[in-house]
Design a binder for this molecule. Structure first.
Ligand code: BG6
Length: 513
């Protein structure tokens, strides 16, 4: 097993001089496996274009698509064109497109097709000459997880993983990284045998979101919040990732995976780690990941999972005035499926800072609206020098990081209602990205693809984090598997009654964002 340093030098987050310099990738190319998939069309190809449009890719950048379709380079270019027109964030510019499209190549083949991998090697060599990509290539595995080992092995056997003469080779792996601890460990072993640690980029696209990175700025660039960010002041934390959409055309991926594996194992536990971790000594990969890892190792589950977890599956219902089918009626789902589309879980973080402060995580599809937020709910003031009627409508103070949509931060506190009597009611103070900043936020995948090309790892979870997250979740999933079908909730509502009951038992309620 080879081990490279995890820390490429010159991290622009650290060096103040670097901050004014644009971060532009050097000569390189990107190979996408699974280029015909949804993720590639909706996110990856538009992100590549947006990066090019922002001048952050080298002029000779190359994009290679690898898939089974019988396409020529022009067919591939046409598909990228359509995806860019439909999904890119920045305006379509002919000059950008023309320059980028000259570096498009398509390689047709299966993942076990040796001839195709040989062709890929030749294509890359041709690009090194024609586009000056200098041997620097990243391989993006946007494929079903069962193919990860296969592709990684093929890259090794066809000499594609080896870098020569100062060039680099990197591998980017989409989630889900395994489906439990054992499979994640096995996958890590396979990947580690082929690529050095510093060349493996595991994607959790939530870490690429501006609002998620802002958790670090909010906590560690200000004096205001950190003194009260602990068990002395915080009653509990609610982390919600709610979607109004159903599974769309993703039955093949989603069934058998479910909400907990799809979202809690990665996005929500990463949000928890950023919310709960201690201040890292720097924002370099090693320091940041070490603090996240410490928190994940301190996460414990309640003894009785029946009381402190909930799962559900959407039934038919109304959403945005449209009648939508239930999960079991979705195309490609069998009637006997027991996959959950809603999951909620209480965890505790056994550290001095968080002792006694529950973290409630919930996620679901076909919920009331699309919203992701982290709500830090504070304890009530220990004493209220008012008449009891004056504070009847006063809730607890809250600080809410609005991850999406409507990105920003809200602080909720009590304020006097204008009038002759002392009456206190909740009000909110808001920071909204749209009002404070003129530039729109880059898409998560823009940031993450750029970081891969720059070799900048802080925003990619390390394998220990992935394994710890499975270690947290495995007992919950195993427990649920003994219970049969999940409870049904109507589409457009906020999940099954058991989720509300779970919080009510602790004397709390979920926020209705
Ligand atoms: C993905 C999940 O990781 O995140 C999807 O696999 C989910 O099921 C998606 O829809 C949501 O991402 P976002 O960025 O729209 O919140």
């Amino acid at each position: 097993m080879r081990r490279d340093s995890e820390e490429p030098s010159g991290n622009p987050l650290r060096d103040p001089q670097d901050r004014r310099l644009p971060r532009i990738a050097g000569p390189c190319g990107l190979v996408i496996f699974g280029v015909t998939g949804d993720l590639s069309r909706k996110k990856l190809m538009p992100a590549v274009y947006d990066l090019a449009n922002r001048g952050l890719l080298p002029p000779g950048f190359a994009l290679v698509g690898f898939a089974r379709r019988d396409w020529a380079d022009q067919d591939f270019a046409q598909v990228v064109h359509e995806s860019v027109k439909e999904h890119a964030r920045t305006p379509f510019r002919e000059e950008t497109w023309k320059q980028l499209a000259e570096g498009f190549r398509f390689v047709q083949g299966d993942f076990d097709d040796d001839v195709a991998f040989d062709t890929l090697r030749k294509t890359i060599a041709e690009l090194d000459v024609a586009r000056g990509t200098s041997g620097n290539h990243a391989f993006y595995l946007s494929v079903p997880p069962k193919f990860f080992p296969n592709v990684v092995q093929q890259l090794k056997e066809h000499g594609l993983a080896d870098s020569q003469g100062g060039a680099w080779r990197r591998v980017v792996i989409e989630k889900p990284f395994g489906h439990d601890l054992a499979s994640a460990q096995e996958l890590n072993r396979i990947v580690d045998e082929v690529f050095p640690t510093g060349s493996v980029f595991r994607i959790d696209h939530y870490l690429g979101k501006e609002t998620v990175q802002n958790i670090l700025a909010l906590r560690f660039a200000n004096q205001l919040f950190e003194p009260i960010w602990n068990a002395n002041y915080v009653d509990h934390v609610q982390i919600t990732m709610a979607e109004d959409v159903g599974i769309g055309g993703r039955a093949g991926y989603y069934d058998g995976i479910g909400a907990a594996r799809d979202v809690i194992q990665n996005h929500l536990l990463q949000l928890l780690a950023l919310t709960a971790m201690e201040e890292p000594v720097s924002f370099e990969a090693h320091a940041l990941r070490t603090e996240k890892q410490k928190i994940l190792s301190a996460v414990t589950l309640p003894d009785d999972l029946d009381l402190h977890s909930a799962r559900g599956r959407y039934g038919a219902g109304w959403q945005g005035g449209i009648h939508v089918p239930g999960y079991l009626q979705e195309e490609g789902i069998t009637r006997t499926s027991t996959t959950e589309t809603f999951a909620a879980l209480r965890v505790d973080v056994e550290t001095r800072r968080w002792a006694g402060v529950p973290f409630y995580l919930r996620t679901g599809k076909r919920l009331g609206r699309r919203v992701t937020e982290i709500a830090v709910m504070f304890k009530r003031a220990p004493h209220l020098p008012f008449t009891s009627t004056a504070t009847e409508e006063l809730g607890a103070n809250a600080l809410v990081v609005r991850v999406q949509p409507d990105e920003g931060v809200t602080v909720r506190f009590g304020s006097k209602v204008p009038g002759t009597a002392m009456e206190v009611r909740d009000v909110t103070m808001d920071f909204a990205y749209g009002e404070s900043f003129t530039e729109s936020s880059p898409e998560a995948y823009e940031r993450l693809i750029l970081d891969v090309l720059l070799g900048d790892p802080p925003l990619f979870p390390r394998h220990e984090e992935v394994e710890l997250s499975w270690q947290i979740l495995d007992p919950v999933i195993e427990h649920w598997e003994t219970l049969g079908a999940p409870e049904t909730y109507a589409a457009g509502t906020w999940g099954p009654p058991s989720a509300d009951e779970m919080l009510a038992r602790d004397g709390r309620t979920w926020r209705r964002p």
